[in-house]
Unconditional design. Structure first.
Length: 176
């Protein structure tokens, strides 16, 4: 993805409008990302894996690689996850409608969403708690969201998003 494509931008977590695009996500390559001769650590839309993928990616699911599209299935209802924060609910809708692309190795046992500079400060100012961290209601919401993600295995250039009826309009173009 481009430098800004997939990143959560200022105002998207704190404003009234929904997030209208796929999100970039980073996962721990050593634990989750797969490498084999038949699946060399990446798939479309990624064009490569990390240079160390062959020796470091130890994930057992051959469908989970750089470029994999993850999404919350349509049958999962927001209330069923018990999300407690407005930002968690907003991210749920983006993950269900657009999904998240694995774009990099987190380098340790953590998940990261890519955000534009200034988003963590804006988030703290709006909600009074940190976007980052390992505890609290927002952290709990994020762990529920990560656990609800499924791999969209039929995402290809000729079947973007896995095909079928779109849940939401395609993402609008990025504007300056």
């Amino acid at each position: 993805m481009s430098a800004i494509g997939g990143s959560i931008r200022r105002g998207e977590l704190t404003g009234d409008e929904p997030i209208r695009h796929a999100i970039k996500i980073l996962v721990w390559g050593k634990k989750y990302l797969h490498y084999s001769k038949s699946m060399p650590g990446y798939r479309w839309p990624a064009d490569r894996a990390d240079r160390y993928a062959e020796s470091e990616y130890k994930g057992t699911n051959s469908k989970l690689v750089q470029g994999s599209l993850l999404a919350i299935p349509p049958h999962v209802k927001i209330d069923s996850l018990g999300l407690k924060t407005p930002a968690g609910q907003k991210i749920f809708k983006a993950l269900q409608n657009y999904g998240a692309y694995i774009v990099d190795d987190a380098y340790w046992d953590a998940y990261y969403l890519a955000v534009e500079q200034g988003v963590p400060e804006e988030f703290r100012n709006r909600y009074g708690y940190s976007f980052e961290g390992r505890s609290g209601a927002f952290y709990d919401d994020m762990m529920k969201l990560i656990s609800a993600l499924n791999i969209i295995d039929n995402n290809r250039p000729d079947n973007i998003g896995g095909g079928g009826r779109l849940r939401a309009p395609l993402a609008p173009p990025i504007e300056n």
